[in-house]
Design a protein around this ligand. Structure first.
Ligand SMILES: Nc1ncnc2c1ncn2[C@@H]1O[C@H](COP(=O)(O)OP(=O)(O)OP(=O)(O)O)[C@@H](O)[C@H]1O
Ligand code: SF4
Ligand SMILES: [Mg+2]
Length: 388
């Protein structure tokens, strides 16, 4: 196995589990071209620009960050929907980016994706049975033809849908139910890792909680490892063991949920946390709100040194000259406190942005999902409210 770089080493999980996935120096640049007949490259959109993290078996790593910071591109690279410009994706120690043919196919089976929008990610002309069973066309070894219908029905049951819905079409389901179909499809090949890209962002709040609960239930049932991408910090805290904060194509801070939410040391994380809505008006008046000025720079024109410096209220000359590495800041190295986690800032300091009584509350944990027997066209209940 290749040696760990310093950054990758710092970003490894703190849990006991062996890493099932390791990402090292992952880069994806999309070329910017000019000209119609004679295209020439004039630059590159640096969507992912040096990402390192590890994922332990059975762990959930949340990835948060503003729109356009490269979250979906990381997800697509992990499931091989995009090819990296550089870097390594190690699945159980083997670099997936160097595999091809059968070996690649075997690894891909174990890393599946759940997409954001259940309204557009399911083919409207296919029945639910065909959608969930489609991966078996590529991997017939997982389910021989005669066994597929039964397996698909089992999967519908596992995600809380009536197995008799197998012949229905996506439009006959609500948003929450469609996302369950997407999850069932993700589970079809018995993967070990699920990359969920904003899996609940398009859903009504009450349905979000149900889908999150389903994901948690499936994780403990099948010992799944999750990469959970979202921009809602409360949801990410609720489901994640560790959280990585992304800015302009890089992870700028990573740690356990307690380290990131209660002891953030990177100014960007602190600003993001200060923007989390606080329901209690009295508490809201007392908390510090950090306003970030200016727009996120273009990923085609990333600032020198620290990429956050154009919006950072603490920026100094050094920040324009030296790229801060994702590492435990020197001042915290000798302490064993929660501030001693990787943060890519030259002047990292602990700042409790959200006072203890105001921390973003985890999502309520309602009872397990809607009754599997509720027909998709039944009168609206919780699960049906988002069926628009
Ligand atoms: N195929 C592509 N060609 C060119 N640029 C791309 C391509 N895909 C993504 N990008 C650019 O890469 C950057 C990162 O995009 P990405 O979709 O990964 O962001 P994101 O963090 O998932 O955003 P959101 O929260 O809005 O989903 C954006 O600037 C985007 O415009
Ligand atoms: S390195 Fe400088 S600009 Fe970057 S986050 Fe830290 S203080 Fe701000
Ligand atoms: Mg995205």
């Amino acid at each position: 196995m290749p040696e760990l770089t310093k950054e990758a080493e710092e970003a490894t999980p703190v849990g006991d589990g062996e890493p099932i996935l390791e990402v090292r120096g992952l880069v994806k640049h999309f070329p910017l071209t000019r000209g119609i007949l004679f295209k020439r490259q004039i630059g590159a959109v640096k969507a992912v620009d040096g990402v390192d993290f590890s994922l332990a078996q059975g762990e959930t790593l949340g990835i948060v960050g503003e729109s356009g910071c490269g979250k979906s591109t990381v997800a697509k690279l992990l499931v091989n929907l995009e090819q990296p410009t550089a870097g390594e994706i190690l699945y159980k120690g083997e670099d997936v980016t160097r595999l091809s043919g059968r070996a690649l196919k075997a690894v891909r089976r174990n890393i599946q994706m759940v997409f954001q929008d259940p309204y557009t990610s399911l083919n409207p002309r296919m029945t639910v049975g065909d959608i969930i069973g489609e991966p078996y066309e590529i991997h017939p070894e997982v389910a021989p033809k005669g066994d597929r219908r039964r397996r698909v029905q089992d999967l519908l049951d596992v995600v809380g849908l009536n197995p008799e819905y197998i012949n229905r079409y996506p439009h006959q389901f609500s948003g929450g139910q469609r996302q369950r179909i997407g999850i069932a499809r993700g589970l079809a090949l018995n993967p070990e890792i699920i990359v969920a890209d904003e899996p609940v962002s398009a859903l009504d709040v009450s349905v979000q909680a149900q889908v999150i609960n389903l994901l948690e239930k499936l994780q403990s049932e099948f010992n799944l490892s999750y990469i959970f991408i979202a921009h809602d910090l409360s949801i990410v805290r609720h489901i994640s063991d560790r959280v990585g904060v992304m800015y302009l194509g890089r992870i700028v801070e990573i740690g356990t949920d307690e380290e990131i939410y209660d002891h953030p040391t990177h100014p960007y994380t602190q600003a993001l946390l200060s923007a989390v809505p606080v329901p209690d008006p009295a508490a809201r008046d007392h908390r510090e709100r950090i306003i970030l000025y200016g727009d996120v720079p273009s990923p085609a024109n990333i600032p020198s040194g620290c990429r956050f410096r154009t919006r950072c209220w603490k920026a100094q000359d050094r920040c324009a000259l030296e790229v801060p590495l994702l590492a435990v800041p020197a001042e915290f190295r000798l302490t064993e406190g929660p501030a001693a986690h990787p943060s890519a800032c030259h002047f990292a300091e602990e700042k409790q942005v959200v006072p203890p009584e105001e921390k973003p509350k985890p999502q309520p944990k309602p009872k397990p999902q809607a009754a599997p027997d509720a027909p998709p066209d039944a009168p609206p209940g919780d699960e049906e409210q988002d069926a628009t």
